[in-house]
Design a protein around this ligand. Structure first.
Ligand code: NCD
Ligand code: ZN
Ligand code: ZN
Length: 348
C-alpha cells in the first residue's frame, strides 16, 4: 500500500473565494495546497471589468496569510454579460492578470442573474476572445424551467456548446465542473481547444448522497450530483491521463444559514481538504499515479502557463474534518464535516 505521495504542486482551475471577511476566512485553505487558482467572478456585483478584477486581485493578495505570502497567485476572470464590449477583452488580455472570461447562462446558478440571456448578443466579444486566445469558461447548464434539472447539462451540450464551437472553432473553451457521461464523451471527441474541469465532490458522490435517507443540503450544488453511472464516467475521464481533463474544485462556500433553509442555495465547500479528497477518489480507482498530471500538468498546459516547480507531499493518515469553520459573520460546513479523510497534506 502506498503511504506517501509527493508530486508537483497543484493548481485549482475553478474556485469561489467570495469577498471581504468571508474571503479572508477561506483563502488560507486554498493557498496552503494550491499555487494558483482561477477565481470565479460571480460576486455581487459581478466582476465585469478589468478595473474590478485588478481591485479584487489586490484584495485577495492582501488577505493571503503571512506564512503563505508569495506562495499563492490568484488568476482573475471576468463575468461575461450581454453587454461586455470586445474592447474589455483587449484590456483583459493586455492586463496580464485576467486569464479567462466566465459565461453564466442568466439564472443558471448562484449569483448568475447578470449572466448572458442570449448568446448571439455576445458574438462580437466571443470573436475577440477567439482572436486573442482568451479562454471562455462555461457553466454548462441550460436554464429553461421546462428542462429537468438532471438533464440541464446534456441539453446544454446540444443546444449551446455544439453550436458555439461550430461558430468559434478556435475559441479556447473550458466546460466547467462536468457531471455527466455525455459531457465526458463530448469533450473526449472534441478538438484540443475544448477542455473540462472535474470537481472532487462529483468524483466522490452520486445523487444518493443528496437525496437518500433524508435531504442533505450540504451536498447540494450545481450542476446537481448525478447517478452512479455518471460518477463512474467522471472517474474514468479524470484517471485516463487525457490532457483535456483537469482539476477544478468549484469549492463554493455559503453560510450555514443559507444552506440549511427551506430554499437552500447551491455550493459545496471542499477547499478545506481538496487535494486529499482527490487523492481518495484516485486511490479508490487504483489510479494514484494519474493524480499529478490531472492536478498539476493539464491545467497550466491548457492555459499556456508554466507548471509549478515546487512539490507537495500527502501521507496516508486518517484525520477528522471539523464540524464547521468560521465564515464572515456566519459559519461554514465543509464537505465531510465531522468525518474522516484518509490522506493528509504535509504543510509547505
Ligand atoms: N457550484 C455551485 O453550486 N455554486 C457556485 C456557482 C457555480 O459554480 O455554479 C457558487 O458560486 O456558489
Ligand atoms: Zn457553475
Ligand atoms: Zn463554480
Amino acid at each position: 500500500m502506498q503511504t506517501t505521495l509527493t508530486f508537483t504542486c497543484p493548481d485549482d482551475w475553478h474556485l469561489h473565494l467570495r469577498d471581504g471577511k468571508q474571503m479572508q476566512d477561506v483563502l488560507a485553505d486554498t493557498a496552503r495546497q494550491f499555487a494558483r487558482a482561477i477565481i470565479m467572478p460571480n460576486l455581487r456585483p459581478p466582476i465585469v471589468t478589468v478595473e474590478m478584477a485588478v481591485a479584487y486581485r489586490a484584495r485577495i493578495l492582501a488577505a493571503v496569510p503571512k506564512t503563505l505570502q508569495g506562495h499563492f497567485e490568484p488568476l482573475m476572470t471576468l463575468y461575461l454579460t450581454d453587454n461586455t464590449p470586445p474592447d474589455e477583452i483587449k484590456r483583459a488580455k493586455e492586463s496580464g492578470i485576467v486569464h479567462a472570461v466566465k459565461l453564466y447562462p442568466a439564472g443558471a446558478t448562484t449569483n448568475s442573474d447578470a449572466g448572458v440571456t442570449d448568446l448571439a448578443r455576445c458574438f462580437k466579444t466571443l470573436e475577440m476572445m477567439e482572436q486573442l486566445g482568451m479562454p471562455l469558461l462555461l457553466h454548462g447548464e441550460v436554464t429553461d424551467p421546462d428542462i429537468d434539472v438532471f438533464d440541464r447539462e446534456s441539453v446544454f451540450i446540444d443546444q449551446v456548446l455544439q453550436p458555439l464551437i461550430q461558430r468559434f472553432p478556435r475559441l479556447r473553451t473550458v466546460f466547467e465542473h462536468i457531471t455527466t457521461r455525455e459531457a465526458v464523451e463530448f469533450v473526449r471527441a472534441a478538438p484540443n481547444n475544448l477542455a473540462a474541469t472535474i470537481t472532487a465532490h462529483h468524483l466522490l458522490l452520486n445523487r444518493n448522497a443528496l437525496l437518500a435517507g433524508g435531504i442533505h443540503p450540504h451536498h447540494y450544488c450545481l450542476p446537481v450530483l448525478k447517478r452512479e453511472t455518471h460518477r463512474l464516467a467522471l472517474i474514468g475521464a479524470a484517471t485516463s491521463g487525457d490532457t483535456k481533463f483537469f482539476l477544478g474544485t468549484d469549492s463554493a462556500p455559503h453560510p450555514i444559514s443559507s444552506k440549511e433553509s427551506a430554499c437552500g442555495c447551491a455550493g459545496i465547500y471542499t477547499a478545506y481538504a481538496a487535494i486529499e479528497f482527490y487523492a481518495e477518489a484516485f486511490e479508490q480507482a487504483d489510479a494514484l499515479d494519474k493524480l499529478e498530471a490531472f492536478a498539476s500538468f493539464h491545467g497550466p498546459d491548457f492555459y499556456g502557463l508554466p507548471r509549478n516547480t515546487n512539490n507537495i507531499t500527502l501521507i496516508k493518515e486518517s484525520w477528522k474534518i471539523p464540524q464547521c469553520l468560521e465564515f464572515g459573520e456566519g459559519k461554514l460546513v465543509p464537505l465531510r464535516a465531522g468525518e474522516n479523510v484518509s490522506w493528509k497534506l504535509l504543510s509547505l
